[in-house]
Design a protein around this ligand. Structure first.
Ligand code: SF4
Length: 490
Protein backbone atom coordinates (compact mmCIF):
# COMPACT_ATOMS: atom_id res chain seq x y z
CA UNK A 1 0.00 0.00 0.00
CA UNK A 2 1.39 3.37 -0.98
CA UNK A 3 0.94 6.53 1.03
CA UNK A 4 -0.62 9.10 -1.23
CA UNK A 5 -0.41 12.37 0.63
CA UNK A 6 2.21 14.52 2.22
CA UNK A 7 1.91 15.40 5.88
CA UNK A 8 -0.65 18.16 6.39
CA UNK A 9 0.35 21.60 7.68
CA UNK A 10 -1.34 20.70 10.95
CA UNK A 11 0.79 17.54 11.31
CA UNK A 12 4.01 19.41 10.46
CA UNK A 13 3.09 22.11 12.97
CA UNK A 14 2.28 19.47 15.58
CA UNK A 15 5.66 17.81 15.06
CA UNK A 16 7.42 21.16 15.43
CA UNK A 17 5.76 21.71 18.82
CA UNK A 18 7.95 18.85 20.06
CA UNK A 19 11.00 19.02 17.81
CA UNK A 20 11.51 22.74 18.49
CA UNK A 21 11.99 22.01 22.20
CA UNK A 22 15.03 20.39 23.75
CA UNK A 23 14.72 17.18 25.72
CA UNK A 24 15.21 19.14 28.91
CA UNK A 25 12.52 21.68 27.97
CA UNK A 26 10.09 18.84 27.25
CA UNK A 27 10.96 17.19 30.56
CA UNK A 28 10.24 20.38 32.49
CA UNK A 29 7.04 20.89 30.50
CA UNK A 30 5.91 17.34 31.27
CA UNK A 31 6.11 18.08 35.01
CA UNK A 32 4.40 21.45 34.64
CA UNK A 33 1.69 19.60 32.71
CA UNK A 34 1.26 17.18 35.59
CA UNK A 35 0.94 20.08 38.02
CA UNK A 36 -1.64 21.80 35.82
CA UNK A 37 -3.61 18.58 35.39
CA UNK A 38 -3.73 17.96 39.15
CA UNK A 39 -4.73 21.56 39.72
CA UNK A 40 -7.58 21.27 37.28
CA UNK A 41 -8.84 17.84 38.36
CA UNK A 42 -8.26 17.40 42.07
CA UNK A 43 -10.01 19.44 44.77
CA UNK A 44 -7.87 17.91 47.55
CA UNK A 45 -4.70 19.03 45.77
CA UNK A 46 -6.10 22.54 45.42
CA UNK A 47 -6.97 22.66 49.12
CA UNK A 48 -3.50 21.49 50.08
CA UNK A 49 -1.90 24.17 47.93
CA UNK A 50 -3.98 26.80 49.72
CA UNK A 51 -3.01 25.36 53.10
CA UNK A 52 0.69 25.49 52.19
CA UNK A 53 0.65 28.73 50.30
CA UNK A 54 3.96 29.85 51.84
CA UNK A 55 5.74 26.59 51.12
CA UNK A 56 3.77 24.81 48.37
CA UNK A 57 6.69 22.62 47.30
CA UNK A 58 5.74 20.19 50.05
CA UNK A 59 2.49 19.55 48.17
CA UNK A 60 4.08 18.93 44.79
CA UNK A 61 6.62 16.64 46.50
CA UNK A 62 3.79 14.69 48.13
CA UNK A 63 2.21 14.18 44.69
CA UNK A 64 5.50 13.29 43.00
CA UNK A 65 5.45 16.38 40.79
CA UNK A 66 8.91 17.59 40.04
CA UNK A 67 8.19 21.31 39.90
CA UNK A 68 8.10 24.02 42.57
CA UNK A 69 4.67 25.70 42.56
CA UNK A 70 6.45 28.98 43.37
CA UNK A 71 7.76 28.81 39.79
CA UNK A 72 4.16 28.69 38.57
CA UNK A 73 2.50 31.31 40.76
CA UNK A 74 0.32 32.95 38.05
CA UNK A 75 -1.18 29.56 37.24
CA UNK A 76 -2.65 28.88 40.69
CA UNK A 77 -2.29 31.80 43.09
CA UNK A 78 -5.15 34.30 42.76
CA UNK A 79 -2.89 37.23 43.65
CA UNK A 80 -0.63 36.47 40.67
CA UNK A 81 -3.23 35.37 38.12
CA UNK A 82 -3.41 38.90 36.69
CA UNK A 83 0.11 38.47 35.28
CA UNK A 84 -0.87 35.61 33.01
CA UNK A 85 -0.49 36.49 29.33
CA UNK A 86 1.43 39.68 30.15
CA UNK A 87 5.13 40.59 29.83
CA UNK A 88 5.43 39.98 33.58
CA UNK A 89 5.32 36.24 32.84
CA UNK A 90 9.05 36.35 32.09
CA UNK A 91 9.47 36.26 35.90
CA UNK A 92 8.09 32.69 35.83
CA UNK A 93 9.72 31.03 32.80
CA UNK A 94 8.22 27.60 33.52
CA UNK A 95 4.71 29.04 33.64
CA UNK A 96 5.38 30.99 30.47
CA UNK A 97 6.64 27.83 28.78
CA UNK A 98 3.32 26.17 29.60
CA UNK A 99 1.26 29.07 28.22
CA UNK A 100 3.39 29.10 25.07
CA UNK A 101 2.79 25.37 24.65
CA UNK A 102 -0.98 25.82 25.09
CA UNK A 103 -1.02 28.63 22.54
CA UNK A 104 0.72 26.36 20.04
CA UNK A 105 -1.77 23.57 20.69
CA UNK A 106 -4.66 25.98 20.08
CA UNK A 107 -3.03 27.17 16.87
CA UNK A 108 -2.73 23.51 15.88
CA UNK A 109 -6.46 23.03 16.38
CA UNK A 110 -7.08 25.91 13.96
CA UNK A 111 -4.77 24.28 11.41
CA UNK A 112 -6.75 21.04 11.71
CA UNK A 113 -9.89 23.01 10.82
CA UNK A 114 -8.05 24.47 7.81
CA UNK A 115 -7.00 20.95 6.75
CA UNK A 116 -10.68 20.19 6.05
CA UNK A 117 -10.64 22.63 3.12
CA UNK A 118 -11.94 20.94 -0.06
CA UNK A 119 -12.09 24.00 -2.28
CA UNK A 120 -10.14 22.21 -5.00
CA UNK A 121 -11.15 18.60 -4.48
CA UNK A 122 -14.88 19.09 -3.90
CA UNK A 123 -16.17 22.67 -4.23
CA UNK A 124 -19.79 21.81 -3.43
CA UNK A 125 -18.83 20.11 -0.21
CA UNK A 126 -16.47 22.99 0.53
CA UNK A 127 -19.22 25.60 0.16
CA UNK A 128 -21.54 23.53 2.39
CA UNK A 129 -18.89 23.08 5.12
CA UNK A 130 -18.00 26.78 5.03
CA UNK A 131 -21.70 27.61 5.48
CA UNK A 132 -21.88 25.23 8.44
CA UNK A 133 -18.84 26.83 10.05
CA UNK A 134 -20.31 30.32 9.72
CA UNK A 135 -23.71 29.13 10.88
CA UNK A 136 -22.24 27.43 13.94
CA UNK A 137 -20.13 30.48 14.83
CA UNK A 138 -23.26 32.62 15.03
CA UNK A 139 -25.21 29.86 16.76
CA UNK A 140 -22.68 29.09 19.50
CA UNK A 141 -20.54 32.20 19.84
CA UNK A 142 -17.00 31.75 21.18
CA UNK A 143 -17.36 28.06 21.96
CA UNK A 144 -17.58 27.41 18.19
CA UNK A 145 -13.83 28.15 18.05
CA UNK A 146 -13.08 24.74 19.49
CA UNK A 147 -15.00 22.86 16.78
CA UNK A 148 -12.68 21.64 14.01
CA UNK A 149 -15.41 20.52 11.57
CA UNK A 150 -13.57 17.34 10.62
CA UNK A 151 -15.06 16.03 7.40
CA UNK A 152 -15.51 12.42 8.52
CA UNK A 153 -15.68 10.16 11.57
CA UNK A 154 -15.67 6.37 11.40
CA UNK A 155 -17.08 4.13 14.11
CA UNK A 156 -15.38 0.75 14.40
CA UNK A 157 -17.83 -0.53 17.04
CA UNK A 158 -21.53 -0.34 17.62
CA UNK A 159 -22.19 1.36 20.95
CA UNK A 160 -19.75 1.99 23.79
CA UNK A 161 -18.84 -0.17 26.79
CA UNK A 162 -17.89 2.77 29.04
CA UNK A 163 -21.35 4.27 29.64
CA UNK A 164 -20.33 7.71 30.95
CA UNK A 165 -23.26 9.35 32.73
CA UNK A 166 -22.48 12.65 30.99
CA UNK A 167 -22.04 11.31 27.44
CA UNK A 168 -22.90 14.23 25.15
CA UNK A 169 -23.68 11.77 22.36
CA UNK A 170 -25.78 9.44 24.57
CA UNK A 171 -23.81 6.46 23.29
CA UNK A 172 -25.86 3.30 23.33
CA UNK A 173 -24.68 0.09 25.03
CA UNK A 174 -21.81 -1.74 23.39
CA UNK A 175 -23.11 -4.27 20.90
CA UNK A 176 -20.10 -5.39 18.96
CA UNK A 177 -17.00 -4.57 16.95
CA UNK A 178 -15.93 -4.42 13.36
CA UNK A 179 -13.09 -6.96 13.51
CA UNK A 180 -10.08 -6.59 11.25
CA UNK A 181 -10.77 -9.70 9.18
CA UNK A 182 -9.28 -9.82 5.67
CA UNK A 183 -12.69 -9.03 4.20
CA UNK A 184 -13.43 -6.16 6.60
CA UNK A 185 -9.93 -4.74 6.25
CA UNK A 186 -10.30 -4.73 2.46
CA UNK A 187 -13.60 -2.84 2.66
CA UNK A 188 -12.14 -0.43 5.23
CA UNK A 189 -9.21 0.42 2.99
CA UNK A 190 -11.50 0.92 0.02
CA UNK A 191 -13.76 3.25 2.04
CA UNK A 192 -10.73 5.31 3.03
CA UNK A 193 -9.64 5.40 -0.59
CA UNK A 194 -13.08 6.65 -1.67
CA UNK A 195 -12.80 9.46 0.87
CA UNK A 196 -9.33 10.36 -0.49
CA UNK A 197 -10.64 10.24 -4.06
CA UNK A 198 -13.62 12.46 -3.29
CA UNK A 199 -12.12 14.89 -0.78
CA UNK A 200 -8.35 14.78 -1.27
CA UNK A 201 -6.11 15.74 1.67
CA UNK A 202 -9.17 16.85 3.71
CA UNK A 203 -9.74 13.12 4.30
CA UNK A 204 -6.83 13.44 6.75
CA UNK A 205 -9.17 15.13 9.23
CA UNK A 206 -11.00 11.82 9.76
CA UNK A 207 -10.91 10.02 13.08
CA UNK A 208 -12.15 6.61 14.18
CA UNK A 209 -14.67 7.04 17.01
CA UNK A 210 -17.85 8.93 17.75
CA UNK A 211 -20.37 7.43 20.16
CA UNK A 212 -17.81 4.67 20.63
CA UNK A 213 -14.56 4.22 22.51
CA UNK A 214 -11.53 3.29 20.37
CA UNK A 215 -10.16 0.72 22.77
CA UNK A 216 -13.39 -1.28 22.69
CA UNK A 217 -12.05 -2.54 19.37
CA UNK A 218 -8.86 -4.58 19.93
CA UNK A 219 -7.97 -4.12 16.24
CA UNK A 220 -8.08 -0.31 16.50
CA UNK A 221 -4.30 0.10 15.90
CA UNK A 222 -4.53 -1.83 12.62
CA UNK A 223 -7.39 0.35 11.41
CA UNK A 224 -5.65 3.61 12.22
CA UNK A 225 -2.40 2.49 10.68
CA UNK A 226 -4.33 1.82 7.46
CA UNK A 227 -5.74 5.32 7.81
CA UNK A 228 -2.20 6.65 7.95
CA UNK A 229 -1.07 4.62 4.94
CA UNK A 230 -4.01 5.66 2.78
CA UNK A 231 -4.65 9.27 3.83
CA UNK A 232 -1.15 10.20 5.08
CA UNK A 233 -2.42 11.00 8.58
CA UNK A 234 -2.72 9.06 11.83
CA UNK A 235 -6.11 10.04 13.27
CA UNK A 236 -6.67 11.49 16.71
CA UNK A 237 -7.45 8.99 19.46
CA UNK A 238 -9.52 9.74 22.55
CA UNK A 239 -10.26 7.00 25.04
CA UNK A 240 -12.03 7.16 28.38
CA UNK A 241 -10.55 3.81 29.45
CA UNK A 242 -6.79 4.06 28.85
CA UNK A 243 -6.10 1.42 31.50
CA UNK A 244 -8.65 -1.16 30.36
CA UNK A 245 -6.25 -2.86 27.98
CA UNK A 246 -2.83 -1.46 28.70
CA UNK A 247 -1.15 -3.38 25.91
CA UNK A 248 -3.59 -1.87 23.41
CA UNK A 249 -3.17 1.64 24.85
CA UNK A 250 0.61 1.31 24.62
CA UNK A 251 0.34 0.14 21.02
CA UNK A 252 -1.76 3.20 20.16
CA UNK A 253 0.67 5.46 22.02
CA UNK A 254 3.55 3.95 20.07
CA UNK A 255 1.78 4.69 16.78
CA UNK A 256 1.18 8.29 17.82
CA UNK A 257 4.82 8.61 18.78
CA UNK A 258 5.96 7.07 15.51
CA UNK A 259 3.82 9.16 13.14
CA UNK A 260 3.37 12.24 15.36
CA UNK A 261 0.45 13.77 13.46
CA UNK A 262 -2.00 14.92 16.11
CA UNK A 263 -2.58 14.78 19.83
CA UNK A 264 -3.84 11.72 21.65
CA UNK A 265 -6.27 12.13 24.54
CA UNK A 266 -7.30 10.25 27.67
CA UNK A 267 -10.61 11.24 29.26
CA UNK A 268 -10.14 11.01 33.01
CA UNK A 269 -13.37 9.99 34.69
CA UNK A 270 -12.32 10.29 38.34
CA UNK A 271 -9.43 11.31 40.58
CA UNK A 272 -8.82 7.63 41.26
CA UNK A 273 -8.32 7.00 37.56
CA UNK A 274 -6.00 10.01 37.42
CA UNK A 275 -3.91 8.49 40.23
CA UNK A 276 -3.73 5.18 38.38
CA UNK A 277 -2.79 6.85 35.10
CA UNK A 278 0.02 8.69 36.91
CA UNK A 279 1.16 5.45 38.54
CA UNK A 280 1.21 3.76 35.13
CA UNK A 281 2.85 6.39 32.95
CA UNK A 282 5.74 8.74 33.65
CA UNK A 283 5.18 12.47 32.97
CA UNK A 284 7.52 12.21 29.97
CA UNK A 285 5.60 9.23 28.53
CA UNK A 286 2.34 11.13 28.42
CA UNK A 287 3.72 14.56 27.58
CA UNK A 288 1.98 14.25 24.19
CA UNK A 289 -1.26 12.92 25.66
CA UNK A 290 -3.87 15.49 26.58
CA UNK A 291 -5.78 14.53 29.71
CA UNK A 292 -9.40 15.65 29.46
CA UNK A 293 -10.56 16.01 33.03
CA UNK A 294 -14.10 14.73 33.46
CA UNK A 295 -13.95 14.01 37.20
CA UNK A 296 -16.45 15.49 39.67
CA UNK A 297 -14.09 18.19 40.93
CA UNK A 298 -12.57 19.09 37.58
CA UNK A 299 -12.59 22.62 36.23
CA UNK A 300 -14.37 21.44 33.17
CA UNK A 301 -17.85 22.07 31.96
CA UNK A 302 -20.15 19.28 30.77
CA UNK A 303 -21.80 19.82 27.41
CA UNK A 304 -25.46 20.76 27.37
CA UNK A 305 -26.22 17.78 25.19
CA UNK A 306 -27.07 14.10 25.40
CA UNK A 307 -27.05 12.41 28.80
CA UNK A 308 -25.55 15.44 30.60
CA UNK A 309 -28.52 17.53 29.55
CA UNK A 310 -30.94 14.74 30.48
CA UNK A 311 -29.39 14.76 33.97
CA UNK A 312 -29.89 18.53 34.21
CA UNK A 313 -33.50 18.19 33.08
CA UNK A 314 -34.19 15.56 35.74
CA UNK A 315 -32.70 17.80 38.44
CA UNK A 316 -34.77 20.76 37.26
CA UNK A 317 -37.92 18.61 37.17
CA UNK A 318 -37.24 17.61 40.79
CA UNK A 319 -36.91 21.29 41.73
CA UNK A 320 -33.18 20.87 42.41
CA UNK A 321 -30.12 22.85 41.41
CA UNK A 322 -29.12 21.65 37.93
CA UNK A 323 -25.40 22.26 38.43
CA UNK A 324 -23.62 19.07 37.36
CA UNK A 325 -20.05 20.32 37.06
CA UNK A 326 -17.78 22.78 38.85
CA UNK A 327 -17.79 25.05 35.82
CA UNK A 328 -20.88 25.70 33.73
CA UNK A 329 -19.89 27.17 30.40
CA UNK A 330 -22.06 27.59 27.37
CA UNK A 331 -20.78 24.30 25.97
CA UNK A 332 -23.63 23.38 23.64
CA UNK A 333 -22.26 20.39 21.73
CA UNK A 334 -19.36 17.97 21.64
CA UNK A 335 -19.95 17.16 17.97
CA UNK A 336 -17.12 18.25 15.69
CA UNK A 337 -17.85 16.76 12.26
CA UNK A 338 -19.38 18.63 9.36
CA UNK A 339 -19.50 15.80 6.92
CA UNK A 340 -19.92 12.06 7.15
CA UNK A 341 -20.44 9.82 10.12
CA UNK A 342 -19.77 6.26 9.04
CA UNK A 343 -20.43 3.17 11.09
CA UNK A 344 -18.54 0.17 9.76
CA UNK A 345 -20.57 -2.35 11.82
CA UNK A 346 -24.01 -1.25 10.63
CA UNK A 347 -22.63 0.05 7.31
CA UNK A 348 -24.48 3.32 7.58
CA UNK A 349 -23.52 6.81 6.52
CA UNK A 350 -25.04 9.93 7.99
CA UNK A 351 -24.49 13.46 6.80
CA UNK A 352 -24.10 15.52 9.99
CA UNK A 353 -23.11 18.91 11.29
CA UNK A 354 -22.73 20.28 14.86
CA UNK A 355 -25.60 22.29 16.29
CA UNK A 356 -26.56 23.74 19.61
CA UNK A 357 -28.33 20.78 21.24
CA UNK A 358 -32.10 21.20 21.25
CA UNK A 359 -35.21 19.01 21.60
CA UNK A 360 -35.01 18.47 17.82
CA UNK A 361 -31.29 17.59 17.84
CA UNK A 362 -30.59 16.55 21.46
CA UNK A 363 -27.14 15.13 20.71
CA UNK A 364 -25.79 18.45 19.48
CA UNK A 365 -25.63 17.58 15.82
CA UNK A 366 -28.06 17.63 13.00
CA UNK A 367 -28.54 14.66 10.69
CA UNK A 368 -29.29 15.74 7.15
CA UNK A 369 -29.47 12.30 5.66
CA UNK A 370 -28.82 8.66 6.38
CA UNK A 371 -28.18 5.74 4.03
CA UNK A 372 -26.70 2.25 3.98
CA UNK A 373 -24.00 0.63 1.92
CA UNK A 374 -22.51 -2.82 1.52
CA UNK A 375 -19.69 -2.22 -0.93
CA UNK A 376 -17.22 0.59 -1.53
CA UNK A 377 -18.99 1.41 -4.80
CA UNK A 378 -22.28 1.80 -2.96
CA UNK A 379 -20.56 3.88 -0.31
CA UNK A 380 -19.22 6.19 -2.98
CA UNK A 381 -22.66 6.51 -4.60
CA UNK A 382 -24.23 7.32 -1.21
CA UNK A 383 -21.69 10.05 -0.41
CA UNK A 384 -21.91 11.55 -3.89
CA UNK A 385 -25.71 11.43 -3.67
CA UNK A 386 -25.65 13.35 -0.37
CA UNK A 387 -23.39 16.01 -1.87
CA UNK A 388 -25.73 16.29 -4.87
CA UNK A 389 -28.94 16.52 -2.88
CA UNK A 390 -27.91 18.50 0.17
CA UNK A 391 -25.14 20.79 -0.98
CA UNK A 392 -26.39 23.20 -3.59
CA UNK A 393 -23.83 25.95 -4.10
CA UNK A 394 -26.44 28.64 -4.60
CA UNK A 395 -29.81 29.31 -3.03
CA UNK A 396 -32.19 26.77 -4.56
CA UNK A 397 -34.70 28.80 -6.60
CA UNK A 398 -37.76 26.72 -5.74
CA UNK A 399 -37.19 26.29 -1.98
CA UNK A 400 -39.28 28.22 0.54
CA UNK A 401 -36.97 30.64 2.37
CA UNK A 402 -36.77 31.48 6.03
CA UNK A 403 -34.16 32.80 8.41
CA UNK A 404 -32.72 30.37 10.91
CA UNK A 405 -35.09 29.88 13.81
CA UNK A 406 -32.47 30.79 16.40
CA UNK A 407 -31.97 34.25 14.90
CA UNK A 408 -34.02 37.20 16.03
CA UNK A 409 -35.21 39.39 13.18
CA UNK A 410 -35.66 43.16 13.59
CA UNK A 411 -36.68 45.53 10.84
CA UNK A 412 -34.53 48.66 10.53
CA UNK A 413 -35.46 51.86 8.65
CA UNK A 414 -33.20 50.85 5.75
CA UNK A 415 -32.68 47.16 6.17
CA UNK A 416 -32.85 44.57 8.90
CA UNK A 417 -30.86 42.95 11.66
CA UNK A 418 -30.43 39.31 12.62
CA UNK A 419 -29.18 38.53 16.08
CA UNK A 420 -27.99 35.18 17.33
CA UNK A 421 -26.24 34.23 20.56
CA UNK A 422 -22.85 34.70 19.02
CA UNK A 423 -23.22 37.48 16.47
CA UNK A 424 -25.35 40.29 15.19
CA UNK A 425 -25.71 40.91 11.45
CA UNK A 426 -26.84 44.27 10.11
CA UNK A 427 -28.05 44.07 6.54
CA UNK A 428 -28.51 47.46 4.91
CA UNK A 429 -27.01 49.73 2.28
CA UNK A 430 -29.30 48.63 -0.56
CA UNK A 431 -32.65 50.21 -1.39
CA UNK A 432 -34.40 46.83 -1.32
CA UNK A 433 -32.80 45.40 1.82
CA UNK A 434 -35.73 46.13 4.16
CA UNK A 435 -38.22 44.51 1.80
CA UNK A 436 -35.90 41.56 1.19
CA UNK A 437 -35.66 40.91 4.93
CA UNK A 438 -39.42 41.23 5.47
CA UNK A 439 -40.21 38.94 2.52
CA UNK A 440 -37.99 36.21 3.95
CA UNK A 441 -39.14 36.79 7.51
CA UNK A 442 -42.88 37.15 6.95
CA UNK A 443 -43.98 35.26 3.87
CA UNK A 444 -43.31 31.63 3.20
CA UNK A 445 -42.08 32.29 -0.27
CA UNK A 446 -39.45 30.87 -2.60
CA UNK A 447 -36.16 32.44 -3.66
CA UNK A 448 -37.38 32.94 -7.22
CA UNK A 449 -40.59 34.63 -5.95
CA UNK A 450 -38.55 36.92 -3.68
CA UNK A 451 -36.30 37.91 -6.57
CA UNK A 452 -39.32 38.26 -8.90
CA UNK A 453 -41.14 40.57 -6.53
CA UNK A 454 -38.16 42.86 -5.95
CA UNK A 455 -37.21 42.95 -9.62
CA UNK A 456 -40.80 43.79 -10.67
CA UNK A 457 -40.49 46.74 -8.27
CA UNK A 458 -37.50 48.00 -10.27
CA UNK A 459 -34.58 46.41 -8.39
CA UNK A 460 -31.54 44.97 -10.13
CA UNK A 461 -31.79 41.18 -10.49
CA UNK A 462 -28.03 40.76 -10.16
CA UNK A 463 -27.75 42.73 -6.92
CA UNK A 464 -30.80 41.10 -5.33
CA UNK A 465 -29.43 37.66 -6.26
CA UNK A 466 -26.08 38.57 -4.73
CA UNK A 467 -27.68 39.69 -1.47
CA UNK A 468 -29.64 36.47 -1.23
CA UNK A 469 -26.53 34.44 -1.93
CA UNK A 470 -24.62 36.31 0.74
CA UNK A 471 -27.31 35.49 3.34
CA UNK A 472 -27.07 31.86 2.25
CA UNK A 473 -23.25 31.71 2.30
CA UNK A 474 -23.18 33.21 5.78
CA UNK A 475 -25.44 30.42 7.01
CA UNK A 476 -28.24 32.82 7.96
CA UNK A 477 -30.95 31.08 5.95
CA UNK A 478 -32.44 27.94 7.34
CA UNK A 479 -31.06 25.29 5.02
CA UNK A 480 -33.38 22.61 6.32
CA UNK A 481 -35.21 23.44 3.11
CA UNK A 482 -38.40 21.91 4.38
CA UNK A 483 -36.83 18.46 4.64
CA UNK A 484 -36.71 18.35 8.43
CA UNK A 485 -33.46 16.45 8.25
CA UNK A 486 -32.64 12.74 8.25
CA UNK A 487 -33.90 12.25 4.72
CA UNK A 488 -32.36 9.44 2.77
CA UNK A 489 -30.00 9.93 -0.10
CA UNK A 490 -28.19 7.66 -2.46
S1 SF4 B 1 -18.29 9.87 26.48
FE1 SF4 B 1 -17.14 8.52 25.09
S2 SF4 B 1 -16.50 6.85 26.39
FE2 SF4 B 1 -18.11 7.89 27.49
S3 SF4 B 1 -20.00 6.79 26.94
FE3 SF4 B 1 -19.79 8.49 25.50
S4 SF4 B 1 -18.71 7.61 23.78
FE4 SF4 B 1 -18.42 6.19 25.47
Amino acid sequence: MKRQHQASDSAKHYQRIFTSRSEEELRVLAHVKRFMERLSADAVFRTKLCEHVENPIVVSKEYGINVDPMDLLPMWHTKYAKHRHTDEMSRWPKAKAWDDYLAEMIANRDLIRDAGNTEKSNPRFHAWRERQMRRLASELGVSADSVVHAIVAYELSQGCSVGCWFCGLSAEKFQGNYPYTPENAALWRKILQVMVDLFGPASQTGFCYWATDPVDNPDYPKFIEDHYRITGHLPQTTTAVPLKNLELTRKVMALHKKYCCITQRFSILSTKVLDRVYDTFTPEEIMGVELVMQSKDAFMSKAKAGRAEERREKLRAAGKDDKISKIQNDHATIACVSGFLINMVTKTVQLVTPKRASPRWPLGYRIYAEARFTTAAEFRAVVEGMVDVFMPESVPAGEVLSFRHDLEFSALPEGFELEGRGMKYSCNGMSYMGRLGRLIHESRTTASDVIGELVSGGEDIFLVGQSLQSLYDNGLLDDDLGREGAASAG
